[in-house]
Ligand binder design. Structure first.
Ligand SMILES: [Zn+2]
Length: 271
């Protein structure tokens, strides 16, 4: 069995999708559970409803994505804290730093990035209070400033373990996450892409107790479905590719990544 550790089931891309059928297709591929992450306040309620309606299949995380940092209010963060106290969240996420997308109208780039760092710190503080881990997004146009800044913030919260989702960095950056932060990485369908060399290298080398797999659905569909709308079941192709890269039987990758996901997201026994 496999767990998709990062998808967005509340996305508007799934407005016409039956979640029952999506779960059925997923189970046929041996993917029995997924972690669905919120990206802004309007989708939080949907995430919680999905997790409540399909507790065997979905666990929810809530946060505000860094590209919406300029829209986040103190009330949003109070609500996040309150919801985290009331519902069994799997983690805080998707939070992070995105220096790739341009700053919104009326915001200069430096100010926008500072807002994002402040918001990421607030997310870490809430995760710490709630005793949860955190799922982190970083993205740069060039260089690694968002990654470096996220690592610096994470160092101030040693009780909160981070997973750097959709990891596309190099071995040295992965090593910083493992030994510097006691964190994890998770790998998407990029590992199946022809131009995914660096991700393939890291996935083939990464210690098995530090690795998780994800789809980032509805985005980043793996080969042979690249370009189409992604679904949690397709994390199967990510795991198969990693097994092939490492020359290991697929069940070994399933067992390791599933155990990691259970531990990191503190999933209940029935999952
Ligand atoms: Zn995501």
């Amino acid at each position: 069995m496999l767990i998709d550790t990062h998808c967005h089931l509340a996305s508007h891309h799934y407005a016409q999708t039956s979640m029952q059928e999506l779960a059925e297709r997923s189970r046929e591929l041996g993917v029995t559970h997924c972690i669905s992450l919120g990206t802004h306040r309007p989708d939080w309620e949907t995430q919680l409803e999905l997790a409540a309606a399909m507790p065997d299949y979905v666990s929810a995380c809530l946060a505000i994505h860094p590209t919406e940092a300029h829209l986040a209010t103190p009330e949003d963060m109070e609500l996040l804290q309150a919801l985290g106290g009331k519902h069994a969240l799997a983690a805080i996420g998707e939070a992070g730093l995105d220096y790739f997308h341009p700053a919104p109208e009326g915001c200069d780039e430096a100010g926008y990035h500072a807002l994002q760092r402040d918001l990421l710190e607030r997310h870490f503080a809430i995760a710490e209070t709630l005793g949860l881990n955190i799922s982190i997004h970083t993205r740069d146009r060039k260089g690694s400033a968002s990654f470096d800044d996220a690592v610096a913030i994470a160092r101030n919260f040693p009780r909160v373990k981070p997973v750097f989702h959709c990891f596309i960095g190099d071995r040295a950056q992965a090593e910083t996450i493992f030994s510097g932060l006691d964190g994890m990485i998770s790998v998407t369908g990029i590992v199946t892409f022809k131009n995914g060399r660096q991700v393939q290298d890291v996935a083939a080398w990464c210690p098995l107790d530090r690795l998780m797999v994800e789809t980032d659905a509805p985005y980043l569909s793996p080969e042979p479905y690249r370009g189409s709308q992604n679904e949690p079941g397709r994390v199967r192709y990510v795991a198969d590719k990693i097994a092939a890269l490492r020359g290991l039987p697929v069940p070994e990758i399933e067992a390791a990544t599933t155990a990691n996901a259970r531990r990191f997201f503190r999933l209940p026994d029935h999952v």
